[in-house]
Design a protein around this ligand. Structure first.
Ligand SMILES: *Cc1c(COP(=O)(O)O)cnc(C)c1O
Length: 503
């Protein structure tokens, strides 16, 4: 199987090349030239398999240039020991017909681990397969969750270095602690005196500075990125939807062939797109329900067919969904346009220039028949956390609560009672302050560690060991630098002399 670009469908790369590159040179995203199918017999066979074996079977269909042994090593390395739950991504029944797919049992307690535990392994494998002689340097600007998940994923991975920049005062205490106590010989973390945009712009400037890139290349380094446009991050996410379906079969909650709905708290559109690909493979999925917070650009897009990012940006209690440009939507557009790269290039051009584009009626109809979208603001997010806890004893994090609320809106509006899997993207412990206040607790003046203990008592659950252990970890990276010093810091970290483009 080959991979093409959403802006050039003639391109033909093997998956190793697509994963190593991350983004196509024409600015497009890599997509497979065909979607492999999943038969009823294969689904039946997977019912009795472990998550790891299911992952091997599914990933092999997409990464055809990887050997079975290579895929096996990647999968076992990623999901073998780093998750605190044997099922890796367990399904919990909330009430009749309503199931929570817990995607946060990895080392950083957010769903990004599902992809970032395996992407670095794909990358080193891809580098060997393509005879890459340079060391890959991963640069990340993070608003919190991605940086830590990338650090955990890349720590001590052969042939890679990772440098993470976070906004000095823009992340929560727990998120900061998670990053500055990071272990590993190939990791580096620095705060910058600015906000997330400054960090992001700084990283982008380094990526696009050709001279800087050449100097790094002379010293044997190549820059790459770990953000969610890389196919190697998207493909592992397809696995858990299929796995969830198999678990529902194993638990006799559904019959083989029975259709389910999937509801996903959405930001960059990666997670829900993985469910869309699972459906295309043949997994019996009826509706894909796209849940947004107050940054509801996707809700409007699904309802009207117009994507318009010209609107205020809100900071919400579900910060990982505070996004106005959902990059992975480009892959969906490419698919529904019948792989028309010219049309996609034109729409993306309009988005870059005017901040908006509009689908034709026919294309909008296609989106509407597959997706349903709605949003939930902070107030109702907190109400949902309280309501679910009171009715079922289950504690939702703020992102998952958005999805549960949107699912309830969906049922109220459509009357559709199809059994539904709701993706749960973070442990409630990661957003403990908002969760506890939603549950009516007084959080004023409490330290993060006191909040962890409070939530454990209130929810009668055990806090993830990785968060509780932070208290005793050595702080390794306390540097906060001026944002203009970011290129210097990259050189210093890599031991490359005088590589600033100014010198
Ligand atoms: C990244 C993230 C999301 C959004 O996922 P996308 O794939 O970007 O749509 C939702 N919830 C949490 C907790 C996240 O970290």
């Amino acid at each position: 199987m080959y991979y093409m670009s959403t802006r050039n469908s003639e391109l033909k790369l093997k998956s190793a090349e697509a994963i190593k590159k991350g983004l196509s040179e024409d600015g497009g995203l890599f997509v497979p030239t065909e979607i492999p199918s999943l038969s009823k017999a294969e689904i039946t066979k997977m019912i009795r398999m472990s998550y790891i074996d299911r992952a091997k079977l599914i990933l092999k269909k997409f990464l055809t240039d990887f050997t079975a042994a290579e895929i096996s090593d990647c999968v076992e390395g990623a999901y073998g020991t780093g998750f605190d739950c044997e099922k890796v991504a367990p399904v919990v029944k909330l009430s009749d017909g309503k199931y929570i797919l817990e995607l946060w049992h990895g080392p950083t307690c957010a769903f990004k681990d599902m992809a970032l535990q395996i992407l670095p392994r794909f990358m080193t494998c891809a580098m060997k397969k393509t005879d890459e002689d340079k060391k890959i340097v991963i640069l990340v600007a993070t608003s919190g969750d991605t940086g830590k998940a990338a650090l955990e994923g890349f720590k001590d991975v052969e042939g890679t270095e990772i440098i993470v920049f976070y906004p000095g005062d823009g992340v929560s205490d727990i998120q900061k602690l998670q990053m500055i106590t990071q272990e590993g010989a190939n990791v580096y973390v620095a705060g910058i005196d600015g906000n997330f945009d400054d960090a992001q712009n700084g990283v982008k400037a380094i990526f696009t500075d050709e001279k800087f890139g050449e100097k790094l290349a002379k010293s044997g380094f190549a820059l790459s990125s770990a953000n969610s446009i890389n196919w190697g991050r998207l493909v592992p996410q397809i696995v858990y939807y299929i796995s969830a379906y198999c678990d529902l079969l194993a638990d006799n909650e559904i019959n083989i062939g029975e259709k389910i709905n999937v509801c996903v708290p959405t930001g960059n559109f990666g997670n829900i797109l993985a469910a869309y690909y699972a459906k295309k493979m043949g997994l019996p999925i009826a509706k894909l329900i796209c849940a947004s917070n107050r940054n509801n650009v996707l809700t409007d897009f699904i309802k009207t067919g117009e994507y318009d990012k010209n609107r205020p940006f809100y900071q919400s209690v579900s910060p990982s969904m505070d996004i106005l440009i959902s990059s992975n939507l480009e892959r969906l557009l490419f698919d529904i346009c019948g792989e028309d790269d010219k049309k996609v290039t034109s729409m993306m051009g309009k988005l870059a220039k005017d901040g908006k584009y509009k689908l034709t009626k026919a294309l909008h109809k296609k989106i509407e028949s597959r997706f349903w979208g709605a949003y939930c603001d902070d107030y109702y997010t907190k109400v949902q956390i309280w309501k679910t806890f009171t009715q079922t004893g289950y504690t939702l994090d703020t992102h998952t609560a958005v999805a549960v609320d949107v699912y309830e809106q969906y049922v109220a509006e459509t009357g559709d009672k199809t059994k539904t899997v709701i993706a749960s993207t973070a442990s409630p412990y990661k957003f403990n302050e908002s969760v506890l206040s939603a549950l009516g607790e007084n959080v004023d003046g409490k330290s993060d560690f006191e909040l962890i203990d409070m939530l454990a008592e209130k929810s009668k659950t055990t806090p993830p060991a990785s968060l509780a252990e932070l208290k005793n970890k050595e702080k390794r990276f306390e540097k906060v630098i001026d944002k203009s010093m970011m290129p210097e810091l990259v050189c210093e970290t890599l031991n490359v002399k005088k590589c600033s483009s100014k010198s």
